[in-house]
Structures are given as structure tokens and as C-alpha cells.
Design a binder for this molecule. Structure first.
Ligand SMILES: Cc1ncc(COP(=O)(O)O)c(C=O)c1O
Length: 478
């Protein structure tokens, strides 16, 4: 399959050919290797290769300093929603930049943060029941804040049944970010176990995992067993359950592992029954990625605390929000000298530029009917994945909206995994680049997470490139 890059005309406003001299390219590459420490990257291997230096983005495409264009197949790590440099978002940020760059939210408020707060409350699950918005700047901080709110809410509750509840329950394979509170919630040993001594104790319930379970029985039964284990754990908490924390419908970083809306609803009901708060982490699933505005909408679940980040600004600027119910918020009210205040904040809390980007992104959702326009693309993705699912080394294909995981295995019949040292997922991603597509795997799971703005032709290119790359890499390893 030959790479089908957009035509020169399509990339016109986005053409940097000749802009970077040989000397500049050399400098950039050596400064990157010499000074940057990259996230989730084994630097010993990284510095041996040539860095991919991105200099421009337009629509669903990125271009590097050599002038090569790549389709952004994972939305720049799950953040981009409407394509790069969308004019509506760019305009909103530019207008904000001319009016106010930053002003603290400690004391004063600002226009963009206030407007955005109202709009987030309006679109959040529960039609206004998540009525309070606390800003921060990453998914990890959004979760950290939810944790601290849930803890303090109970620590100072006036209700004897709630006061002092301090046990958090999270799921196996959970990922909620990289700060110590969110790492405590995390259940991915590779990322989290080394920090064990620094973390607080979290009780862990088994998350549904239909594929790995598939070799041992029925999926509905498996979910039921997971719910029973969750209930037992809640019973064990003996009235100390503070909160259950879940990634709704899909555990993204675990490899796009799915559970049903039924599981989520039942888990939420159980949590309520045992008096805990429900914290839903929509950092990855929020803002249309699930096919609806929020994954909770599919299950009809309204949490007590909801964490948003990643796609909130359309992928343009860092911003996060923790939404809280009025009941949680009211638990912090009192005279100053009762010290019920939520003592938490960041220098850039409610940054107006980031809030303006988020307002611009919400405008695009409305003006361009993004969620409606997405539905035929989801149908197309479903069909393309059926073909990929037939490949001899594809063990499982799972998807929620555009969030897709393709698990590569040595033996499809038994589910035998490839050895991690083969880095099969990374090899597939490298091969996909030759077809003009940029993706980033999670171990042996090839992840597709296209922007919602992906066109029919671009989606064909993405799926075709991934199909070809899997065939190419796995047949070489066979
Ligand atoms: C569900 C979930 N929560 C939290 C985070 C952390 O977000 P951030 O990387 O912005 O800190 C992620 C990141 O992938 C995530 O997928």
C-alpha cells in the first residue's frame, strides 16, 4: 500500500518545505537527544535513534521538520478532538490573548473561566446535578483533586454515618495519572509498583476483562462475578467506604479494556448503597471520544465527582476540571474559622487562555454538529476493524466510539501473548509511519484514537495502514 498523503493543495497553508535548513535540523535533533527527557520513554534506546521533530499541525495531520506529513492516528495522545489549529479555537484563544493572558482565580474570577464553568455544568451528565467546577491543568490533577475532595468531605462531614470514611476502592488495571494520589489508584504494575512505599492504600476490585476472560467462560457471567467481588469488598470496608473510582466503560491505558454499561450502572448503585461517593474519571473518554459527549451518558450514570482533562480544550492547551455535586460542595461550607475550606489550588488554575480554547472547542461541537457527523465514521471504523480482526495475529479488537485497542498475540487460538521484549506494538507503530500514519501502542495493543474530525478518506488510510503494518510485522516474526 502506498502512502496517500493529502495533496499539495490540501496542505497548502501548512507547507514548511525549505523552512528548516540542514544546520537547524541538526541543532534541533541534537538538542532533543542531548537535553530532553521524554515521558514514558527508555532514553537509552531513544537517543540512539533519530527524533521525529514535529513543527506543524493542520486538520488531522502533523508535519515534521523534514516536510513529511503524518495522519495523527492517536490524536496527539488522546487530546485532539477537532483537528489541529481549528480556526474557531485559534480565534477564541487569539481574542482572549488580546484581552487577558492570565489572572489568578484565587480571589478574583475571570470571564472565560466563568463562562466555561456554566457550559460544563450544562453539558455534564445529570442536567446540572454536577453543579460545581474546580479547575486544574492535567488529568492527574483532576483526579488528585477529586480524591482530596472525597477525603476531606468525609473527614469533616456533619453526618455521623459519613464522617471519617477513608477507604478508596479502584479497579485492577486502572490508570488515573502520574501524581502520587492518582498513582495510588493505579493498578498497572509496570507503571506503579516501584512507587509502592510512597502510596496510600487503595482496595482493589477486579475489573471486567472480557478478552482475557474469554478463554474461561461467558462475558456476562464474568461481569457478574466482578460485581460480586466489588460488593464483597464494600462489605469488607465496614462503613468506611469513601469512594469508588472508575474509568467509565473503557480502561484506556490498560489497553482499551471494555466493560458494559450494565456493569457501570450496577457498580454505581452498589457504591451508593454502601454510602460511598462515585468518582468517574472521564479524562480519556470525555468530549465525544466514546461516541457520546461523556461515557457516563451511555450508562445513564451521574457521578458525585467527575474528572475532565485531555479533550476539554480540543487538545490545544492544558486544562482540567473536577466537577462536583452540590452535596459534595456544601460539605465544604462554613465559617472561615471552622476550616472547612478546600485548601488546594495551582498557579494557573482557571487560566483564561485554556478556558477560551475550551469554549472554542464547545462552539465547534455545537456549530459543526460533531457528534452527529461522527456516527457514519464510527460505522466505517466498525467495518474496517472487522477485517483487522480476521488477521492471524489479532487476538481481540475492542472499541468504544473512536477508542480502539487491537491486541496482537502470538497464537490467536490460545491467546498466547508475544514476549514484551519483542515490542510488537512498537514495531507496528514504526511500520505504520511508513504508510503515513502516526500511532502509539500500549505494549502489544495497537491503539487507534483518531480525532473526531477524521474524514472518510483519512479513516480508510488509518485502518489500511494499521492493517498492512500488522501483517508486515507479524509475518516477519512468525
Ligand atoms: C483515564 C485517565 N485518567 C487520567 C489520566 C492522566 O491525565 P494526564 O496525562 O493529563 O495527567 C489519563 C491519561 O492518559 C487517563 O487516561
Amino acid at each position: 500500500m502506498s502512502p496517500s498523503f493529502p495533496s499539495a493543495d490540501e496542505l497548502q497553508p501548512f507547507t514548511s518545505a525549505g523552512r528548516w535548513s540542514e544546520g537547524e535540523i541538526e541543532d534541533l535533533e541534537s538538542w532533543d537527544r542531548g537535553h530532553l527527557w521524554k515521558p514514558f520513554t527508555q532514553m537509552a534506546a531513544y537517543v540512539e535513534g533519530r527524533p521525529l521533530v514535529i513543527s506543524e499541525g493542520r486538520g488531522n495531520w502533523l508535519r515534521d521538520i523534514h516536510g513529511r506529513a503524518f495522519l495523527d492516528g492517536v490524536s496527539s495522545l488522546w487530546v485532539n478532538i477537532h483537528g489541529h489549529c481549528h480556526p474557531t479555537i485559534s480565534r477564541s484563544v487569539r481574542e482572549q490573548l488580546d484581552a487577558l493572558d492570565h489572572a489568578t482565580l484565587l480571589g478574583p474570577t475571570n470571564v472565560a473561566a466563568t463562562r466555561l464553568g456554566k457550559r460544563l455544568v450544562d453539558i455534564a451528565p445529570g442536567a446540572g446535578r454536577l453543579s460545581r467546577v474546580f479547575y486544574s491543568d492535567s488529568g492527574s490533577t483532576a483526579v488528585e483533586i477529586a480524591l482530596k475532595m472525597a477525603y476531606q468531605f468525609h473527614a469533616q462531614s456533619r453526618d455521623a454515618d459519613l464522617r471519617g470514611r477513608d477507604v478508596f476502592v479502584a479497579l485492577s488495571n486502572a490508570y488515573h495519572g502520574d501524581t502520587l494520589g492518582s498513582v495510588s489508584l493505579g493498578g498497572i504494575d509496570l507503571f506503579h509498583s516501584v512507587y509502592g512505599p510512597l502510596l496510600f492504600e487503595v482496595r482493589r476490585a477486579p475489573a471486567p476483562d472480557p478478552y482475557h476472560r474469554a478463554f474461561g467462560g461467558d462475558v456476562a457471567e464474568h461481569e457478574q462475578q466482578c460485581l460480586e467481588a466489588l460488593e464483597e469488598l464494600f462489605i469488607d470496608c465496614e462503613g468506611r467506604l469513601a469512594a469508588l473510582v472508575v474509568e467509565p466503560l473503557v480502561q484506556g491505558a490498560a489497553g482499551m479494556i471494555r466493560h458494559s454499561a450494565h456493569y457501570l450502572r450496577r457498580a454505581a448503585e452498589l457504591c451508593r448503597r454502601f454510602g460511598g461517593l462515585l468518582i468517574v474519571d472521564e479524562v480519556a473518554t470525555g468530549f465525544g471520544r466514546s461516541g457520546r459527549m461523556f461515557a457516563c451518558d451511555e450508562a445513564g450514570v451521574v457521578p458525585d465527582l467527575m474528572c475532565l482533562a485531555k479533550g476539554i480544550t480540543g487538545g490545544v492547551l492544558p486544562l482540567a476540571a473536577t466537577l462536583a455535586s452540590e452535596q459534595v460542595y456544601e460539605g465544604f461550607l462554613g465559617r472561615y474559622d471552622e476550616f472547612r475550606t478546600f485548601f488546594h489550588g495551582h498557579s494557573y488554575t482557571g487560566n483564561p487562555l485554556a478556558c477560551a480554547a475550551a469554549l472554542g472547542s464547545l462552539d465547534v461541537f455545537e456549530q459543526e454538529g460533531v457528534l452527529e457527523a461522527l456516527q457514519p465514521r464510527l460505522q466505517q471504523l466498525r467495518e474496517a476493524l472487522e477485517g483487522i480482526g480476521q488477521l492471524p495475529h489479532v487476538g481481540d479488537v475492542r472499541r468504544l466510539g473512536v477508542m480502539t485497542g487491537i491486541e496482537l498475540v502470538r497464537d490467536r487460538r490460545t491467546g498466547e501473548a508475544w514476549s514484551p521484549s519483542l515490542q510488537v506494538g512498537a514495531r507496528v507503530a514504526e511500520a505504520a509511519m511508513e504508510h503515513g500514519v502516526l500511532i502509539r501502542p500500549l505494549g502489544n495493543v495497537v491503539v487507534l484514537m483518531p480525532p473526531l474530525s477524521i474524514s472518510q478518506g483519512e479513516l480508510s488510510l488509518l485502518c489500511g495502514a494499521v492493517h498492512a503494518a500488522i501483517e508486515q510485522v507479524c509475518s516477519q516474526l512468525d
